[in-house]
Design a protein around this ligand. Structure first.
Ligand SMILES: [Zn+2]
Length: 236
């Protein structure tokens, strides 16, 4: 027999959660003009900062994921940010900024590095989709960066293709060596800065021209697991 008291309390709990859910504000999608994001690089960054501030206060708004929105997006996408982020399950960009369908164009791999395929994806986001902002984000206690540190400091070898995945992070580890402060954090930030530098200095006009015209910015970010805070740096 079902314990009535237990069933009641479970019902109350779910009603409570439902009420909290219903109280959340609805978030309109970021503005689009002529099929592309209508935001400047700085306006795009402001939306991310505001979204993360709401996330920190546990007041994140609900993005529009309705059937109508899906139908609208099936015709075309106009994201306002292209993101290079770590694959780490604790750092999903949409959730950290409370953004919805069709808004963030994301490249994720362990250690948030940019190889030829990632670079091509970013060029597509910029040239074809008109994204005004590229964010490269590292995070606290990144396992990929820690592995690269282990390669440098202990000559550790990893099986399979993991060594190849770690290799592009090694110059950042060497660059950050001996600096004061948290060693992993320093290496994570050096890795982000290196990727930002590479993307900014890319000679291909696909990335270069919009940066010169002020229509595109490439910036860095660091996510703190414990607090949920995203700090933007290398804002150029
Ligand atoms: Zn990571």
């Amino acid at each position: 027999m079902i314990d009535r008291r237990k069933a009641l309390s479970a019902g109350l709990v779910s009603m409570g959660a439902g009420a909290a859910f219903a109280q959340r504000k609805q978030l309109p999608p970021a503005p689009v003009k002529d099929g592309k994001s209508a935001l400047t690089p700085d306006q795009a960054l402001e939306l991310l900062i505001a979204g993360n501030a709401a996330f920190l206060k546990d007041e994140i708004a609900l993005p529009d994921v309705s059937a109508q929105r899906r139908l609208e997006l099936a015709k075309a996408q106009a994201p306002f940010v292209a993101y290079v982020s770590c694959s780490d399950s604790r750092v999903p960009p949409e959730l950290l900024f409370g953004r919805g369908l069709g808004e963030l164009f994301i490249i994720r791999n362990a250690g948030n590095t940019v190889d030829t395929v990632a670079k091509g994806s970013l060029e597509f986001a910029v040239a074809k989709l008109g994204v005004p902002l590229v964010v490269v984000m590292g995070h606290e206690a990144c396992g990929a960066v820690e592995a690269a540190m282990s390669v440098v400091e202990k000559n550790t070898r990893f099986p399979g293709a993991i060594d190849n995945m770690i290799e592009p992070i090694i110059p950042a580890v060497l660059e950050a060596r001996g600096k004061p402060g948290n060693r992993v954090e320093n290496a994570v930030k050096a890795n982000v800065s290196r990727v930002v530098r590479v993307l900014r200095s890319e000679s291909d006009p696909l990335m270069l021209k919009p940066q010169e015209a002020g229509k595109l910015k490439v910036i860095g970010a660091y996510y703190e697991l414990k607090t949920g805070r995203v700090d933007f740096f290398d804002r150029g």
